[in-house]
Design a binder for this molecule. Structure first.
Ligand SMILES: O=C(O)C1=C[C@@H](OP(=O)(O)O)[C@@H](O)[C@H](O)C1
Ligand SMILES: C=C(OP(=O)(O)O)C(=O)O
Length: 447
């Protein structure tokens, strides 16, 4: 990562048709949760298809620091858990690198045990807000001491005598919801989390899979999730589905590069994650779901994306934002090649990701010749249509993998090449991006 190592500039240029199959890595959200819930169960959890991106490797390292055994043999990750309430106090600082999901979920998982841990991250993570997690953890009885503004590095003193909580999540965030649920595991009685807008539900599904008693009631108030504390979690065998957020990059690249036809097999289409694909279809994308099936209780399909010369700008419904929150940067790239305006409201959360993603994309797109307007919680891209996006500039990626990959996709169809100042963060979520895109025919080079 650039925070720790040298920056890796990368350049993409107009490419011949992209063709073939893109086997993207395992789902990042499900990978983190497999390791954490494996560490909190008694016995051996086996995980295949785990994303071996730096974010997830940092979570694996953290689970070892809390006393679990985590190792890989062949294609399988083995997690020997210590049970709910069994975490040991780490002997050194927990470095979660670039990962908001890692640090927030692990804080939740340790906050109701009588141990103390100090967390840090890279220059990007250390700027991100943590009070959204430490506020509800304080209700359980945990104490947090961080830098001003609730930033990392931060020490959490876990509650010795935790109380269960009832908490309404004030921002649409699966990380906050999950941190509260994980803390609730070691509190006696019922912990209740209420979310007004549905966010990704992998924690709820996986907690049920590990044998916790958890239910979700959909009401006018929102989704009311009730978890019984102090279960004995049973180890599981987990096959991690492939990540729709990573699939977004080859899919969007195929839509904008003339003559392309790309198959992206085995992508999880959990409705709390699949918003981008429906949005692209509404824009007129030639994107189809083939071989629709169910695997491990999740809808799965092979995505086929073909060059789409007649994309139209649309209004993206605000209520869809949570189901595609990580995909807005690459959606803004597709929007640049559409005719007309694409308006994206209800996306304030984009400002507190690895970077301020509205600012980062708007700045690079404007430099590349695209008109972008933005406000606190919305942005609008004025599309130029296929073949009309100038490009020819260097975009700053701000230690943000999704910004780096989005501008590299942009450059595959701009008039002049696009360079990113640092592609190294791509390894946090999609370590095989360069090779996978290159095998499809994408012209992406270092330098
Ligand atoms: O729970 C998760 O695994 C994630 C939740 C989302 O973050 P927020 O909870 O901050 O919206 C998302 O952006 C992130 O990539 C992964
Ligand atoms: C926001 C993201 O991740 P995290 O919050 O885990 O850093 C992401 O992967 O786009």
């Amino acid at each position: 990562m650039s925070a720790h190592g040298a920056a890796i500039p990368m350049t993409s240029r107009a490419s011949r048709p992209l063709t073939g199959e893109a086997h993207v890595p395992g789902d990042k959200s499900i990978s983190h949760r497999s390791l954490i819930l494996g560490a909190l169960s008694v016995g051996e959890t086996r995980v295949t298809g785990l994303l071996e991106g730096q974010d997830v490797l940092d979570t694996a390292k953290a689970m070892r620091a809390f006393g679990a055994q985590v190792e890989k043999t062949g294609d399988t990750w083995h997690v020997h858990g210590v049970g709910v309430g069994g975490f040991a106090e780490p002997g050194s600082v927990i470095d979660c690198g670039n990962s908001g999901t890692g640090v927030r979920l692990i804080m939740g998982a340790m906050a109701t045990s009588p141990i103390t841990a100090t967390f840090t991250g890279d220059a990007s993570l250390n700027k991100r807000p943590m009070a959204r997690v430490t506020d509800p953890l304080a209700l359980f009885g945990a104490r947090a001491y961080g830098r001003s503004g609730g930033r990392l590095p931060m020490t959490i003193i876990g509650a010795a005598d935790p109380r269960p909580v009832r908490y309404t999540v004030p921002v649409p965030s699966a990380q906050v919801k999950s941190a509260v649920l994980l803390a609730g595991l070691n509190a006696p009685g019922e912990t209740v989390v209420i979310e007004r807008e549905a966010t990704r539900d992998h924690s709820e599904r996986m907690l049920a899979g590990f044998g916790a008693t958890i239910s979700t009631e959909v009401t006018d108030e929102g989704r009311i999730i009730t978890l019984q504390g102090r279960p004995e979690l049973k180890p599981q065998t987990i096959i991690v589905p492939r990540d729709p957020s990573s699939a977004a990059f080859p899919v969007c690249a195929a839509l904008i590069v003339e003559g392309s036809d790309v198959l992206v097999p085995n992508i999880g289409l959990n409705p709390t994650r699949a918003g981008l694909f429906f949005t692209l279809q509404e824009m007129g994308a030639d994107l189809t779901f083939e071989n629709m099936r169910e695997e491990g209780g999740e809808p799965v399909a092979d995505l086929r994306a073909r060059f789409s010369p007649d994309l139209k700008g649309i209004e993206v419904p605000a209520e869809r934002a949570a189901s595609m929150i990580d995909e807005y940067p690459v959606l803004s790239v597709v929007a640049a090649f559409a005719e007309g305006r694409t308006h994206m409201p209800g996306v304030k959360e984009l400002r507190v990701k690895e970077s301020d993603r509205i600012e980062a994309m708007a700045t690079g797109l404007r430099a590349a010749g695209v008109t972008v307007e933005d406000g606190e919680d919305w942005w609008t891209v004025h599309g130029l249509g296929h073949g009309n996006v100038p490009g020819g500039v260097t975009a700053a990626t701000h230690i943000d993998h999704r910004i780096a990959m989005s501008f590299l996709v942009l450059g595959l169809a701009t008039q002049a090449p696009m360079t990113v100042d640092d592609g190294s963060p791509i390894a946090t979520s999609f370590p095989i991006f360069e090779g996978l895109m290159g095998a499809l025919g994408a012209q992406i080079t270092r330098g």
